[in-house]
Design a protein around this ligand. Structure first.
Ligand code: PMP
Length: 437
């Protein structure tokens, strides 16, 4: 396979971008800070491939961090967007596609009502405000290493060194500058996959807790898969009157039409979506129990609004994507089969090279941890060898394989990935593992 070394145009653009944009990017992980090297500026994308401004072509393993489950530039999605654009790009008044997408999402997921917003962050932020408004309680619970967007109240991750107040179980410090401690103090933090800790927190503080928000399968510490005991503990939080909020921004329509909750048999009160629900355009949504959703304005007292919410282009892209997924009953089995073969091939390649890794995979989400495993929590993941990951990432990139540029992320396979992409990826991976010795 061709080794790509030419990055002149990306370097030039990165230099220009850094002059006018913090870090040269509009979302931090794109800067390749943890893996080094120059971030590739993308010229265009098609199917399973990205082409950068220097003309190098990569097999894409991030799919815009999840939305592109059908591959880039899918003809039916593109046509739907173009057709919508013919009729104007934004109305600031209700229109038919919002109703159609809401009907489709409620039918597929079992949520009774849904409200569209413009990003995953807006979805989780709005769902938490709603939970507080509905329950009249102040505190929320999240899990260490789960990410729910950059809303202040959820930018609380609390590595052990950040625990501020040991006598207040679970209270933790903010993980970003600019988030006041008083505000972060309303977010309690527990360990993922630790059912006893969650039970204890709910016993001690349950009556004050408006909601527990969680990733039903974690993508944001790398992939972490919940244990059955932890799933049971999550379902129990409803017993103290706290709302259970599943953040399916990554997993919704990715792990099946019913999302991760469908796979796990979990029944949350509210669900947050993003990514695939917008088919590659900026969309988020939250929905769930009608009696809770009816607290949202203008029906209820919890305010939430958006100039571009329900945007006709975004709704058209989401509708086309979800309709294609629903019309192809085998699509999730094919994604699962491809990603399983990828996992097996990567494990064998690492073993042949004498490199110790541990792979977490579910459906078309996968993380190669440079760690002997098992990796079940943020604490496990944080022990991975990030230098080895970075070297392996560069080895892949140089061979035309674009992997997620961080140890603590999932990759996302699309239905446009086929045998040729699998073989080429494994060939590159074998060589990249070989270089680590
Ligand atoms: N929740 C989860 C689980 C996510 O993975 C993300 C983004 N990766 C978000 C929320 C935030 O979504 P957005 O970037 O669209 O604001």
């Amino acid at each position: 396979m061709t080794v790509t070394t030419q990055t002149t145009q990306s370097e030039r653009l990165f230099e220009r971008a850094r002059r006018v944009t913090p870090g040269g990017v509009n979302s931090p992980v794109r800067a390749f800070k943890s893996v080094g090297g120059v971030p590739r500026f993308i010229d265009h994308a098609d199917g399973a491939y990205l082409t950068d401004v220097d003309g190098a072509r990569y097999i894409d393993h991030i799919g815009s961090w999840g939305p592109m489950i059908l591959g880039h530039n899918h003809p039916a999605v593109r046509e739907a967007i173009l057709e919508a654009a013919q009729g104007g790009t934004s109305f600031g008044a209700p229109s038919v596609r919002e109703v159609e997408l809401a009907e489709l999402v409620t039918r597929l997921t079992g949520a009774e009502k849904v409200r569209f917003v413009n990003s995953g962050t807006e979805a989780t932020m709005s769902a938490l405000r709603l939970a507080r408004g509905y329950t009249g309680r102040k505190y929320t619970v999240k899990f260490r290493g789960n990410y729910h967007g950059h809303f202040d109240g959820l930018l609380v991750e609390a590595g052990s060194g950040l625990m501020t107040n040991a006598d207040r179980l679970g209270t933790a410090a903010p993980s970003s500058a600019g988030v006041p401690e008083e505000y972060a103090g309303l977010t309690l933090v527990a360990d993922y996959n630790d059912p006893d800790a969650l039970d204890q927190l709910m016993r001690e503080r349950g009556a004050e807790i408006a909601a527990v928000i969680f990733e039903p399968v974690v993508g944001n510490a790398g992939v972490l898969i919940p244990t059955p005991d932890f799933v049971d503990a999550l379902q129990r939080v409803q017993q103290v009157g706290a709302l259970l909020i599943a953040d399916e921004v990554m997993t919704g329509f990715r792990l099946g039409l019913q999302g991760a909750c469908g796979l796990l048999g979990l029944q949350p009160d509210l669900i947050c979506w993003g990514k695939i629900i917008g088919g590659g355009l900026p969309v988020g949504a939250y929905g769930g129990r009608a009696d809770v959703m009816d607290f949202v304005s203008p029906q209820g007292p919890v305010y939430q609004a958006g100039t571009l919410s329900g945007n006709p282009l975004a709704m058209a892209a989401g509708l086309a994507t979800l309709r294609l997924l629903e019309a192809d009953p085998d699509v999730y089995a094919r994604l699962d089969g491809y990603t399983l073969r990828l996992a097996e091939g990567l494990q064998a390649a690492a073993q042949a090279a004498g490199v110790i890794i541990s792979i977490n995979r579910i459906g078309s989400m996968l993380t190669v941890f440079f760690h002997p495993g098992p990796v079940r929590s943020y604490t496990d993941a944080a022990q991975a060898d990030t230098a080895a990951f970075a070297a392996w990432f560069q080895g892949l990139l140089a061979r035309g394989v674009y992997w997620a540029p961080s140890q603590f992320e999932s990759i996302f396979i699309s239905s446009a990935h086929g045998d040729a992409e699998l073989e080429a990826t494994l060939t590159a991976a074998r060589a990249a593992f070989g270089e680590l010795r």
